[in-house]
Design a protein around this ligand. Structure first.
Ligand SMILES: Cc1ncc(COP(=O)(O)O)c(C=O)c1O
Length: 392
């Protein structure tokens, strides 16, 4: 993966005009759906115009090559060959493709993490129940997570019946950057292949498929890489491509990985075709330096909120990325209903931050991207303090 270091670009408020963000809304939740810059949206619209100008020619002649070109550009960014990458609309669909291609029989097990993403855990439950297999769980210690304990928990949960481990690269609600390489090694030592749910990986942390050693890696480019919504991918190791099918079976059935995934019926592929523009934009804002700056800003923001709310932060150090967690200092019952109510109150007050019940606490997640600066979290802290004073 190549970054292009040059004079450090100004970030925060100085680049906010690159996005369509509402200046009156405190945008500190990049992690949920990303945010697409104007330049990337313009590129997407160009592709849509080309599609509508000569539709038949576009689908038959332009699209197949353009898709592969986009996969090659994405491959260079994630340390992979383009031929091992299929575009999918999102991480949920990519994980479903792998899970629904998995030959499971009664008594088999599929391992997930207790902090695994709800939609993906549901997909695991679905394929397991259909086959008379079981979803098993490795318990992520929280709060005060610890890399050794996480690797140990995964290793301890593997059994001779485990057919697959589904491991998040960066967990959703708890925002932990997991020790992925070590987890993959532990799984492979037990003969278990690994599907990585990397929904938050691309653009938040450096990726190199060639050295990571995963069997399948599913990523979203519409989150931290700022591609348009609906830009996800499925990378499959060459030896894991046989028998891997998209969720939708179409003309390419039996024709191999790319024939099956590149055409699943008529659809708007424009979000995938401008992934190169999103990658260029990411590099223009600093590439590796931008990612490091976002991680540092999230840490500063997390510590600011913890101090202001007189509460504890989530992960720090190597387990922390560009999202941070703070425990809400609420008294009384900690329930999902209360969590949803707090989130609604935050939204009414002009911001958005996911809240989750984790163990016995209610935790709030913040995100830091290029357009954010510390003043955003000062404002967030005021809003959260107000919501907490009102009782949540
Ligand atoms: C870990 C994880 N997996 C999967 C997803 C689903 O992403 P998408 O909605 O793009 O499918 C998310 C979304 O936040 C996530 O955090």
């Amino acid at each position: 993966m190549t970054d292009h270091p040059s004079a450090a670009p100004l970030l925060g408020r100085a680049v906010r005009h690159e996005w369509l963000l509402d200046p009156d809304f405190v945008s500190v939740n990049h992690g949920s759906f990303g945010a697409t810059p104007r330049i990337v949206l313009a590129a997407q619209q160009d592709w849509q115009r080309r599609m509508e100008a000569q539709t038949g020619r576009f689908f038959r002649r332009v699209l197949p090559e353009a898709l592969r070109h986009a996969a090659d550009r994405l491959g260079a960014f994630i340390g992979a060959d383009g031929k091992d990458i299929a575009f999918v609309e999102n991480a949920t669909i990519g994980c479903n493709a792998v899970l629904r291609s998995l030959p499971l029989t009664a008594g088999d097990e599929v391992l997930v993490l207790t902090h695994g993403y709800g939609a993906v855990r549901n997909a695991v439950r679905y394929v397991a129940e259909r086959a008379g297999a079981r979803m098993t769980e490795a318990d992520v210690p929280f709060p005060r997570p610890d890399a050794d304990a996480i690797v140990g928990a995964v290793a301890a949960a593997l059994t001779p019946r485990t057919r697959l481990a589904v491991i998040d690269h960066i967990t959703s609600g708890s925002a932990l950057v997991l020790p992925l390489r070590r987890i993959i090694t532990a799984c492979h030592d037990a003969g278990v292949p690994v599907l990585v749910d990397g929904a938050h990986g691309p653009g938040q942390v450096a990726l190199d498929m060639r050295s990571l050693g995963a069997d399948w890696y599913v990523g979203n480019c519409h989150k931290w890489l700022c591609a348009p919504k609906g830009c996800g991918f499925l990378w499959a190791a060459p030896e894991r491509q046989a028998g891997l099918h998209p969720v939708t079976i179409s003309h390419g059935f039996g024709g191999g990985f790319l024939a099956e995934f590149d055409w699943t019926g008529t659809r708007d592929c424009s979000a995938w075709l401008c992934v190169d523009v999103a990658i260029d934009f990411h590099h223009r804002l600093g590439g590796a330096a931008l990612r490091a700056r976002n991680v540092a800003l999230a840490a500063e923001a997390t510590s600011l909120l913890s101090r202001r709310l007189n509460t504890e932060p989530g992960a720090t150090g190597a387990l922390a990325g560009a999202m941070g967690l703070v425990k809400l200092p609420l008294t009384g019952a900690v329930t999902t209903e209360r969590s949803l109510r707090v989130r609604e109150r935050l939204m009414d007050a002009g911001t958005d931050a996911p809240t989750h019940v984790i163990d016995d606490g209610l935790w709030l997640r913040l995100s830091a991207h290029a357009y954010n600066e510390i003043a955003d979290y000062e404002r967030l802290a005021e809003i959260v303090a107000h919501v907490v004073r009102e009782g949540g």
